[in-house]
Design a protein around this ligand. Structure first.
Ligand code: NIG
Ligand code: FE
Length: 412
């Protein structure tokens, strides 16, 4: 099956397939072909070029993309898409003055979602999660990471991971699973964090590994949740099973989680709303991708990740949604890209790079996704007729997406 797009106003993020990730300096450029054609063969990008150089191609279908832009689909490297129910009441409680922390301390927050998850049949959790996955695909997401972490018991965590596995089997977009058993402390372990970590390490993790249910390991390293010591213990144990860390750090307090992540060769360290100069320093020269989650900052009214300090320090940066029922009930990467520009002073070039190739790296997917490169998967967005690519983040409430293609097939 050959699909040819012609007269593309701008083909964005055209790179050699070997590019894995971009540093702050490299992110300033967004390589683009103006007035381009793009050929898709059997689900892969097979060729592209300038219209002037288009020779006769026998395509099964030709699509005239005049006035429209083509770019890789968004790579959302941090989500909690699998959950049950919602937490609108906590939203209202926060409007009425309670903080996220106060709500969590009253047994709301993550524990509230854990209770609902445990009570909801697996089939129903799958149904709700699949609906969210389809929604984000229609918003241009073409690769996604999904965490467990609302089970907090062996049964609950395995149930979530099985739902992720089923989503992987039933949808064309690549999905990476992360085991986040250490997301919050179940009530019965109050005051005994290390006993819960023991359980995660000795009872849940081995079963997750045995059933091959997760590629990555995560922990919420934060005051009131899990310590740096808990983090070190869990990450060391997960390493034995070949599970790389992608961890929640520096959301509310800087307690040394970044350093722990770097020490354990974390693939990514995520959130980073609170960053000390030494946190930026310790990421330099490492393979760890910093990940910012601006829609979480928007929703919780907390600081935005200091992207300028990170990028101007030469570090790379990826952008993701954090889609979850408590701190970010939105999986819209278009809004993430807009907020990165509006609130974090990233340029459109930096934000698009962060949401595509660097996001792919943060899921170990940059060999196949994240750029328009020969041989990569044909996962791309076709925009409506728009004046320029800066219009995407600029028109922050507008849906500029006309179609989304996954493996060369139109899903929207
Ligand atoms: O990434 N920070 C920890 N976990 C989630 C929020 C989870 C929740 O409130 O349900 C996050 O923001
Ligand atoms: Fe998260």
């Amino acid at each position: 099956m050959k699909l040819l797009f012609t007269n593309i106003k701008e083909l964005l993020q055209v790179r050699e397939a070997s590019v894995e990730k971009l540093s702050g300096k490299e992110m300033k450029e967004l390589p683009t072909i103006k007035n381009a054609w793009l050929l898709i063969e059997d689900g892969n990008i097979s060729d592209f070029g300038k219209m002037d150089n288009l020779s006769e191609i026998n395509a099964d279908e030709t699509i005239n993309a005049e006035g429209k832009i083509v770019l890789p689909t968004w790579c959302d490297s941090h989500t909690h898409i699998v959950y049950a129910g919602n937490r609108e009441q906590e939203f209202v409680d926060r409007i009425n003055g309670l903080s996220y922390e106060e709500i969590a301390n009253r047994g709301g927050g993550i524990l509230n979602s854990a209770k609902t998850l445990q009570e909801t049949p697996e089939e129903e959790v799958y149904r709700q999660s699949a609906e969210r996955l389809e929604e984000v695909m229609s918003l241009g997401t073409g690769a996604v990471e999904i965490k467990s972490g609302y089970g907090l018991t062996k049964e609950g965590e395995l149930k979530m991971l099985r739902v992720i596995k089923r989503l992987k089997e039933n949808y064309q977009i690549p999905i990476k699973a992360t085991f986040l058993g250490a997301h919050a402390l179940p009530k019965e372990y109050d005051g005994n964090t290390s006993a819960y970590i023991d359980k995660v390490i000795n009872e849940i993790l081995p079963e997750v590994a045995r059933q091959k249910l997760a590629e990555f390991i995560d922990i919420f390293c934060e005051q009131g949740y899990f310590t740096v010591e808990d983090t070190n213990r869990l990450l060391s144990a997960a390493k034995e099973y070949g599970m790389k860390p992608k961890i929640h750090v520096n959301q509310f307090h800087a307690i040394g989680g970044i350093q722990a992540g770097v020490e354990h060769d974390a693939l990514s360290v995520d959130h980073l709303e609170v960053m000390r100069p030494e946190d930026i320093e310790s990421l330099k020269g490492t393979a760890t991708m910093p990940v910012a989650l601006p829609t979480c900052s928007l929703y919780l009214s907390i600081p935005y990740t200091p992207a300028r300090a990170i990028l101007d320090g030469g570090l790379p940066l990826a952008l993701a949604t954090d889609f979850n029922p408590g701190s970010t009930p939105s999986g819209n990467m278009n809004l993430v890209v807009s907020l990165a520009c509006i609130k974090m002073r990233m340029t459109p070039e930096e934000a698009i790079n962060a949401a595509t190739i660097n996001g792919a790296y943060a899921m170990e997917l940059s060999e196949t996704h994240g750029s328009i490169s020969k041989g990569k998967k044909a996962n791309f967005i076709l925009t409506k007729k728009i004046p320029s690519y800066a219009f995407l983040p600029y028109a922050f409430g507008t849906n500029s997406i006309e179609s989304v293609y996954i493996n060369g097939e139109k899903v929207k």
